[in-house]
Design a protein around this ligand. Sequence first.
Ligand code: SF4
Length: 392
Amino acid sequence: MDRPDTADAADPLAALRSIARDPRSYVQRWREEHPDRKVLGVLPMNFPRELAHAAGVLPVIVPDDQQPVTEGRAFLPEFYCGFTRNLADQAATGRFDLYDGLFVADHCIQLLGATDIVRELEPRAPVFLGQLISSLSDRGAGAKIAEMVATLRAEVEAFAGTEVTDAALAASIRAFNRDRSLIRRLFDARAAGDCAFGPVELQDIVASAQVMDPDEHHALLSAVVAGRAPRTRDDRIRVHLSGHLCHAPRRELLEVIEEAGAVVVDDDLWTGRRYLQTDLDESLPPMTAVAEWYAGRNVALPCPTRVQHDVDWDQWLLAAAERSGAEAVVHLMPKFCEPHMLYYPELRRALEAAGIPQLLIETEHEGIPLESFRTRLEALIERSHRNRPAYA
Ligand code: SF4
C-alpha cells in the first residue's frame, strides 16, 4: 500500500479527509489487502507505533468516532471524559470489532477505566497494559523506560506471532519519521506565516496519519503538498489552540474560530503538533531510539499527564506564542479531562502575566453550543485587537 490508487491520486487531500472521518473503511480495506495480518488498536498518547508496525501489524490510534454515547453509558460514569465514554460505547456496541487487540502505554485514570471496559466486553481481543513511567524526573526513569519498551516489544511479538527484528524496527522508525516530518513542515510553515492549510485540513491530515500506514500516508501527503502553493497570512487575529488531549475537537469548532475573525497559527493539540513534535533518532540502535523518543517527548511538548520538574507546559506555550506571533490563546478543554484541568491554572497565570488574551472553551462529546462559542470568540478577538498598537 505504498502508492495511492488512481482515485486517491486525483484528489489526495480528499482521500486523507475521508480516512480521517471514516477510519473504519480504511481499516477494512487494509485487512482485505493484508488478510494474514492483524490490526492493533492503541490508545493515545504515548504508545510507540513503530514497534507494532515493525511486526507487520497496522497500529491504529483509536479515535473518538464521534458517535453519540448510547449503550456505553452503562459502563462509565458521566464524569469521565467524552473520549473514554466513546471508547466504552465502541466496545459496548460492537464497533471495537475493528481491532484484534488493544495496547495501552498511558496512565490517565479515565483511559485505564475505558481499557477495563474493553477488556470486559471484548474478551476475544487481547488487551495489554504496559504503562510507561510518567514521573520522568525519577532517578532510574531511563532504566524503567528501557525495560517497558522491551516488554512492549515482547508483547507485540506475541500478539503478531512474529519477531520484531532491529532491521524492521529501524525501517519503521524511518517511515514514521518521514511522515511526521512532512506534516511538521506544514505546521512550522503555518507558524511562520503561511496559511495555505486551514485548521480543519491540518486536523484531517494528522487524524489520518494516526490511522494509516505511514508510507501510504506519506505518499498521499506528498501529492497534497506538491499541489498547494504557500499563501501569506492575512491580518486576522493570530490564535494558538491549546489542549484537547487524546482526541480531535469537533471540526465545527475549528471552523467557527476562523469565521469569527481569527486565524489559527499554531497549536499543541493531540490531533496537531502534539502528535508530530518528536522524532526518533535514526542514528541510535532502534530500541534505544524508541526509549529516548518517549523520554524526550515531554520536553519537546510538555504533557499534563507527565511529571518532570524542569519542564513546564506554560513556558512552552509562551515560547510557542512568541515563535508564531500568536496574539491570543484558546484553551480547548474536554469536559472532565483531569490532567488538563490540573494544569490549566498555571497556563492561565502565565498567559495573564504575559498580557496574552485567552479564552477557555470546555468541549462536550455531544452537543456544541456553537453560537455561544462564536460570541465568546468575538469578544476575545475584540480584546486582542485592543492590544495591537495601531488599534483605533
Ligand atoms: S487525558 Fe483527558 S482526554 Fe485523555 S483520556 Fe484522560 S481525561 Fe480523557
